[in-house]
Design a protein around this ligand. Sequence first.
Ligand code: COA
Length: 435
Amino acid sequence: MIPLRHPAREKFFHCVEKMLGFFHGVENPGRTQARLRAVRAPPATAMKIGIDLISFHTPSYYLDLRTLAEKRGVDPDKFVIGIGQERMAVVPPDQDIVTLAANAALPIVEKAGRENIELLIFATESGVDQSKAAACFCHRLLGLPAACRCIEVKEACYGATASLRMAAAMVAARPHTRALILAADIARYDLASPGEPTQGAGAVAMLVATRPRVLALDPETGFYTEDIMDFWRPNYREEAFVDGKYSTRMYLTTLIEAWNSYKAASGRGLADHAHYCFHLPFTKIARKSFERLCKADGIELPPKPEIERLLDAGLLYNRQTGNTYAACVYESLCSLLDNAPAALDDQRLGLFSYGSGCMAEFFSGIVQRGHREHLFTDQHRAQLDTRVPVTYRQYEDIFNYGVPKDGADHVFAPYRGGPFRLAGIKDHKRRYEAK
Ligand code: COA
C-alpha cells in the first residue's frame, strides 16, 4: 500500500488536480467558492483544443408559426417578432434523438475518419431509455471503434457544454485521441400552452480534438448553478412543465453571474468578442441577453445595425427550427459560422449556455484561420431549404402519435429524413436502420 505522503501519491493527485482544473475552470479546485467559479489564462504555450468539426441536423418537416397563430387566435407578429420564431421543426414518427444525432454526426465521421475517437457523449433531455445511453445506439450506427467510452449526460439544455469541457479534459490528457459530442432534443410543451410556439427539434455533432480546425476553446470560463424549478419534466410526462416568465428571468440573471465570473477570469469585456451565440429557447432572447450584458457593464446600447451585426447571423437557423434544447447554442454557432457575411478567422466569439434547473456558463473561443473550408454549410442550407410544411392537422396528429406504452411491437412507415431512421420496436427494443 502506498503511504499517505508518498511522492507517487502526491504526483497522482497533482495530475488529477490539473485535469480538474481544466474541466472546472479553476486553478485550485480545493479553494473555489461554492457558487461562482473562474479560471486564469494558462501560459501562452498551452495546446489548442476545441471544435474540430461541427454539423447540424433537423427533421425534414416544419410547421409555419403563422399557421399556428391563426389556429390559436393570436397575432402572428407575437410569434414572428415578439419571440422571434418563424417555423418549428416537426419530428416524424420514424425519427428520434438517436437518429437526429446520428444524422448530424455522419458527415463528420465520413470526413474526419473514426480512428482514435475514444469518447462519445450524448447530451439530451429527451432520452429514449432510462438505462441504456443513446450514445450506444449511435456508436453502432456510426461504426465507431470498440475502444470508445459511450455515455449520456443530462442537465436540461446545458448538457452539451458540460460534455464539451469533459471532452476537452480527456483530449488534454491524451492529445492523440478525439471525442465526439452529440446534442439532440425534441422540445415538447402542451398544445395551446405559452411554450407551444417555441417547440422544435434538432441535433448538433461536434468533434473535439487538439489543433481544432473550427474553434479553439479559451480555457477561461465562468459558471454558476442554483437549485430552482423553472422548467422540468417528471419521468411520467411527455411534455415539460415550464414557468416561462420565471425561466426567462433566471436565464438573464444567471447570464450576468456567469459573465461576471468569466470577466474576472479572463480580464475581457464586451468589446473583446466579435460575435455572441446564446442559448436560444426563442431567438428574441439573444437581444434581451445582449441588452442585459450592456446594462451590467454600464455600456450604452450600440445602434441597432451594430446589434444586428453582433447577433443576427447566429439566429437564422434557430428561427427556422425552434428550440433544440441541448443543441441550441451550438446550432446558433453553426448558423453564425455558416452565415457570417465574411470569414471570422482569428475572431473571438462569446458563448452562453443555460440549462434550466439551473446551470449557466459563459465561455469563449477563437475561430480558426481557414475554418470555412471545414464547415458543412451547403448541407445545412440544403436541409433547411428542402423541408416540407405540414398543416395544422398533420402537426397535431404527429404530436399525438406516441410510441405505444403497452410494450407492443411497432413498425414505422418511412418518412423523409436523413440516412438513419427508427424502423420499429420489437420485444421492447428499438430497431434503428440505415436507409
Ligand atoms: N406583436 C409583436 N410582439 C408581440 C405581440 C404582437 N402582436 N404580442 C406580444 N408580443 C411580444 C410581447 O411584448 C413579448 O415581448 P417582450 O418579452 O419583449 O416584452 C413577447 O411577444 C412574448 O409575449 P408574452 O405575452 O410575454 O408571451 P407568453 O406569455 O405567451 O410567453 C414565453 C412567452 C417565452 C415565456 C413562452 O413562450 C414560454 O414559456 N416559453 C418556453 C420556456 C422558455 O422559453 N424559457 C426561457 C428560458 S430557457
